[in-house]
Design a protein around this ligand. Structure first.
Ligand SMILES: Nc1nc2c(ncn2[C@@H]2O[C@H](COP(=O)(O)OP(=O)(O)OP(=O)(O)O)[C@@H](O)[C@H]2O)c(=O)[nH]1
Ligand SMILES: [Mg+2]
Length: 295
């Protein structure tokens, strides 16, 4: 069978997680309109007729301002380095810029076949996309191009077929039926973070981490006690909102999704805690699961 590891790479907000969810046809990775939504390497396992593809969603590559960003980039670089095929996702509605050069300079993508997926074609002008493609063609002449609209699943079957063509013969890496490598605790934290990202603006979403203190699985409803970590006192007030209205709303939306995930009734208890500058603390990055393990 054809099998292997396929890393999905690119700038923040270009649609990498949407592509992962689209090819697996399930919501594995959270998606929001904020940059730097994904902070970890998340695997989705695709099983074809005679193939197994491990798609790997990665954090968007950006110029980092804190140690968290350095770790996130490093996770993407490591995954690219280890891949059998890389998919570079480009936002087709944006023109080529310095930050694209930054990405290409830092990425080690020369050793595996490269697909460039031009996403958000629905928002792009054809003439502009052609200009963009000319630039990538001159920089990466060996790469394969495909146009996609990830949130409509347009051309994702074609993307899978192209990946299958480029993958080597290999073993079945995941003989079971799981569709991701991430456990329920990780997914619960991500659901809570997604609701916060969708509710809050500006710098606050980047300053949030989620810590699960305890899950009483044996109780009905399952009792989940989680803490929302923020960086400043002022952010604590923003998350809680007037009269606790905002945190209640976040909790309600998160609980609904967690219940769907676990297929059980859930009682979700959320607390907010300030940890100054946690994004620059090696120890806290480790605690919150944001250290690159494959360096
Ligand atoms: N119009 C349009 N929007 C899209 C398309 N694909 C994704 N989006 C939207 O783009 C935004 C970002 O999508 P994500 O999948 O979270 O992007 P990402 O690359 O994973 O972002 P990070 O995790 O921050 O690196 C979301 O609002 C998506 O709904 C597309 O093909 N067309
Ligand atoms: Mg993402």
């Amino acid at each position: 069978m054809k099998s292997g590891f396929v890393t999905i790479l690119g700038h923040p907000n270009v649609g990498k997680s949407t592509i992962l969810n689209g090819v697996i046809n399930r919501k594995i990775s959270i998606v929001t309109d904020k940059s730097q939504t994904t902070r970890n390497v998340i695997r989705g396992i695709y099983r074809g007729k005679d193939s197994q593809i491990i798609f790997i969603d990665t954090p968007g590559i950006h110029k980092p301002h804190a140690k968290l960003g350095v770790e996130m980039n490093s996770m993407a670089y490591s995954s690219a380095h280890e891949a059998d095929v890389n998919i570079l996702v480009v936002d087709a509605s944006k023109s080529y810029s310095d930050s694209d050069d930054f990405l290409l300079e830092h990425l080690d993508i020369k050793n595996a076949p490269l697909i460039i997926a031009f996403n958000k074609i629905d928002l792009a002008r054809i003439t502009e996309v052609e200009k963009l493609k000319d630039i990538y063609r001159s920089k990466l002449p060996e790469s394969h191009f495909i146009d996609v609209v990830a949130n409509e699943r347009f051309n994702l079957e074609e993307l899978i077929a192209l990946v299958e063509k480029l993958l080597p013969e290999g073993p079945e890496y995941y003989p079971g039926s799981e569709i991701t490598d991430k456990d329920e605790v990780f997914q619960i934290k991500e659901i809570i973070r997604e609701k916060i990202l969708k509710t809050l603006r500006d710098e606050v979403p980047h300053s949030i981490a989620i810590y699960v203190n305890n899950i009483a699985w044996e109780e009905d409803p399952v009792h989940i006690h989680a803490t929302i970590i923020v960086e400043k006192d002022s952010q604590k007030g923003i998350v809680i909102g007037a009269g606790g209205k905002r945190i209640k709303d976040i909790g309600l939306k998160a609980r609904r999704d967690i219940e769907r995930l676990l297929n059980k009734h859930v009682f979700l208890e959320l607390f907010v805690k300030v940890q100054n500058d946690w994004r620059n603390s090696d120890e806290l990055l480790e605690t919150y699961g944001y250290k690159n393990k494959s360096k």
